[in-house]
Design a protein around this ligand. Structure first.
Ligand SMILES: Nc1ncnc2c1ncn2[C@@H]1O[C@H](COP(=O)(O)OP(=O)(O)OP(=O)(O)O)[C@@H](O)[C@H]1O
Ligand SMILES: [Mg+2]
Length: 402
């Protein structure tokens, strides 16, 4: 699984170079995807998308220029920065590199500090660009969501309230009809002792009155359930577009994790083990109710992923570094393949049965964490499990004035 700073694909046919570069970057907190041959690099892309690629130019089977083109052709890789590492630093080679799609050139023999600085710069640029693209997409969807939610909300409100009335009227009518028939039967019997009762029974039967009377209430209840579900989706859309409470205060993220665990209790009680590794943290500025919502969504997802498992385990861990504080939720559930991981934050993406998930949980969570200038990261491996990590920055200088 990738370290949270980002993943670097390192391609070099020289084993020593590969090891030195990989070790150095790993020590600095990056997740490494090492590849000693071009086809191993291409295969590695099946498993995970890196944030930066370090590419040796001279390789026997396929030169770096060609590999660079192929890497960029790979789905999801178009914008991932490729840095060439080469002993050939003449201007022609450098130009060829840029033409092939490289963003930077590191000459061999390299200086560790220089490689690190360049990787860090391109990593940050790439991640910022991705976040911006994601925010733009979310803003557009948010606008659409807000409009749609508003439009659906009014008819929904009156259909809901009319349905209650309809139910009451239906029950009243059923009782009135029953009474009227009873009365008819009673009086009719006097007038026509032999045929009357049969005639009343026939009318009731022809019009299915018993069945309608019995079925009316379940039918309305069913409709009400359906409408509740629509209301839930509309609420999700509205939360996504305009989170309700937006007042930021100083919070300890570990306290919020405790609260989220309590809030999600009813879902978590079926998980065989929930481990807490929470320590007091430096306080950061955040909207507590929103952060709770993020953590509850993640916890509920983890619990749902562990459904039917005897040995299901969730570990909730908090920590901090110089830049910020984090809470991590780890489960040993079925995990996700790459194409699923790529879509978890998309609005309405769900793999759950109809009626079980709206697919808005993580989209809303991501929007909230963005609004906090934080990061919501996910790493997952099929059959091993999933980790969601909420990271909030300590520096508050970027927060807009409340
Ligand atoms: N811990 C996890 N393990 C495995 N898959 C997960 C996990 N968390 C999320 N997912 C996947 O991500 C999808 C999207 O999650 P999200 O919370 O956004 O929606 P949902 O849970 O399906 O519906 P809801 O709107 O009710 O939350 C899920 O349907 C599931 O496929
Ligand atoms: Mg969910």
């Amino acid at each position: 699984m990738a370290a949270s700073r980002g993943r670097v694909l390192v391609v070099d046919d020289n084993e020593l170079n590969l090891r030195v570069l990989s070790d150095m970057l790993e020590r600095s907190g990056y997740g490494i995807m090492p590849a000693i041959r071009p086809e191993i690099a291409l295969q590695a892309l099946e498993e995970a998308i890196p944030d930066v690629v370090l590419l040796d130019v001279m390789m026997p089977e396929m030169d770096g220029y060609e590999l660079c083109r192929r890497i960029h052709d790979y789905p999801g890789m178009q914008r991932v920065p490729v840095l060439f590492v080469s002993a050939a630093a003449d201007s022609e080679s450098v130009l060829r590199g840029f033409e092939a799609g490289a963003v930077d050139f590191i000459t061999k023999p390299f200086q560790f500090q220089e490689v690190l600085a360049r990787v860090r710069t391109h990593m940050e640029l790439h991640q910022t660009r991705q976040r911006l693209a994601h925010s733009e997409k979310m803003a557009a969807i948010g606008q659409l969501a807000a409009g749609t939610a508003h439009e659906i909300n009014n008819p929904l409100a009156y259909v809901m309230s009319n349905l209650s009335m309809l139910n009451a009227y239906g029950m009243q009518m059923r009782d009135a009809v029953t009474k009227a028939f009873d009365l008819l039967a009673e009086y009719g019997r006097k007038a026509d002792p032999d045929g009357w009762e049969d005639r009343v029974r026939t009318i009731r039967k022809e019009h299915d009155l018993e069945y309608i009377g019995d079925d009316f209430r379940p039918l309305v209840d069913n409709m009400r359930d359906g409408l509740k579900r629509v209301a839930e989706i509309v609420r999700g859309l509205r939360d996504f577009a305009h989170p309700s409470n937006t007042k930021k205060t100083e919070v300890d993220l570990s306290d919020e994790a405790e609260r989220a665990l309590e809030l999600a209790h009813s879902e978590l009680k079926y998980v065989s083990e929930v481990k807490k590794e929470l320590a007091p943290l430096t306080k950061v500025m955040a909207v507590p109710s929103q952060i709770d919502q993020v953590l509850v969504s993640i916890l509920v997802n983890a619990a749902q992923a562990l459904e039917d498992r005897q040995d299901g385990e969730i570990v909730v861990r908090s920590g901090e570094d110089d830049d910020g504080v984090f809470v991590e939720v780890r489960d040993n559930g079925p995990g996700m393949d790459r194409s699923t991981v790529d879509r978890v934050f998309d609005p309405f993406f769900t793999t759950k049965d109809v009626g079980k998930g709206t697919g808005m949980g993580l989209a809303i969570a991501h929007g909230i964490v963005d609004d906090h200038f934080g990061r919501l990261d996910v790493t997952s491996e099929p059959e091993t499990g999933t980790v969601f990590r909420v990271f909030l920055p300590k520096a508050t200088k970027n927060f807009p004035a409340e």
